[in-house]
Design a protein around this ligand. Structure first.
Ligand SMILES: Cc1ncc(COP(=O)(O)O)c(C=O)c1O
Length: 371
């Protein structure tokens, strides 16, 4: 009997799961004659704002633009410093620079892999305007502590929620702590479109109003720019897909959690460091990331056994050629730098069958034994 490869993630499985609904929605979209920023977008903005628990949701074309526009809408730009992490998707740091601001890096903590609140104050300067924590892998950053520091120093907070749709701390949704929350709907995300998508959420009507202008050339009235904006609109097709998927998000996150618990139980006595879950936080398992001191060897073994994996990320942002040696804070990121050569993401998506989870577990056990 031949066994099929197990992918790291599988957005097509989410299409097949609700295929009829998607096919109908695509036909309806084509028939509607309304293709960009129409009723599907409006419907999704209302529904997603309700899901997160914030008053305003402004959709954009992708999660990177969501961060750029959130910063610009909050008045952050040239010469302003934004404190963030290097252990993240490059998009976080790229977006800060695209907004014209200056990224300043702090290290992550060894347990959550998210921004270490204890290190923020040392990096605050006269230029600091905002803190931009990332809820990495689906695990929320320590927002209560980060908010205390932000309030003390009068700083704005923009949350990068691209990997954390539905994550909670003490029952409070990630994205509702700061001044703006930025989401990505890239196909593999916990809530993913079948193309690019993003959104900024906020409780502040003025910020929301500026976001609506910024995402479409600064137009208040059509063809007349009140401020300098860009084109980063969500199209109706992606909004229609997201409207179908949103009601399943919580259940999908629970399926991810079941898979994660199976991994946690089965792998605990093997030579891996497993993810930690802080008390009172709800991790939504965008990725299940283990650490191994023998990662190269493990990668080869998984490849031979047709088990998909990922490295998120192979280089921290400050180590990448485009950023090397030029970001403040780069010289003091020991936890980030120790994580990079050890991390490995195991297959994780809601439709992943438990038999396949067990195949991954058996392969890891076999690797540990023959090592
Ligand atoms: C942490 C983080 N921030 C921002 C982004 C940017 O999102 P997008 O790819 O939709 O631009 C991503 C996704 O790649 C991400 O993982």
């Amino acid at each position: 009997m031949t066994t099929l490869p197990i992918p790291l993630s599988n957005p097509k499985a989410s299409y097949l799961e609700h295929q009829e609904a998607f096919d109908q929605a695509i036909k309806k979209f084509l028939d509607s004659g309304y293709y960009i920023l129409g009723p599907e977008v409006q419907g999704f903005e209302t529904a997603f704002a309700g899901f997160v628990g914030l008053k305003h949701c402004v959709t954009v074309n992708n999660g990177t633009d969501a961060i750029v526009l959130a910063l610009r809408a909050l008045g952050i730009g040239a010469d302003d410093e934004v404190i963030t992490v290097s252990h993240t998707a490059v998009a976080t740091v790229a977006a800060i620079e695209e907004a014209g601001a200056i990224p300043v890096l702090v290290d992550v903590d060894t347990q959550s892999y998210c921004m270490d609140p204890n290190l923020i104050e040392a990096m605050i300067s006269e230029k600091t305007k905002a803190i931009l924590p990332v809820h990495l892998y689906g695990n929320p950053a320590n927002m209560p502590e980060i908010m205390k520091i932000a309030r003390k120093h009068g700083l704005l907070v923009v949350e990068d929620c691209a990997q954390a749709h539905g994550a909670r701390i003490n029952g409070q949704m990630a994205g509702t702590f700061g001044d703006a929350a930025c989401f990505s709907f890239y196909p593999t995300k916990n809530l993913g479109a079948f193309g690019d998508g993003g959104a900024v959420l906020t409780n502040d009507p003025d910020t929301a109003g500026r976001l609506r202008l910024l995402r479409q050339y600064g137009w208040k009235d059509r063809y007349v720019s009140n401020i300098v904006g860009v084109n980063t609109r969500m199209d109706e097709l992606q909004a229609a897909i997201l409207n179908i998927k949103l009601p399943f998000l919580e259940a999908d996150n629970q399926r991810r959690a079941q898979i994660a618990m199976r991994f946690c139980q089965a792998l605990q006595n093997l030579p891996f460091q497993l993810p930690n879950m802080a008390e009172n936080t709800e991790h939504v398992w965008h990725l299940y990331v283990i650490q191994s001191e023998d990662r190269d060897n493990l990668q080869r073994f998984l490849q031979e056994n047709q088990i998909g994996f990922g490295i998120h990320y192979p280089q921290a942002v400050h180590q990448q050629p485009a950023y090397l040696g030029r970001l403040r804070g780069s010289d003091n990121l020991p936890v980030t730098e120790a994580l990079i050569p050890r991390i490995l993401s195991l297959p994780m998506y809601p439709q992943l069958a438990m038999e396949d989870v067990d195949r991954v577990i058996e392969a890891l056990k076999a690797w540990a034994k023959q090592r």
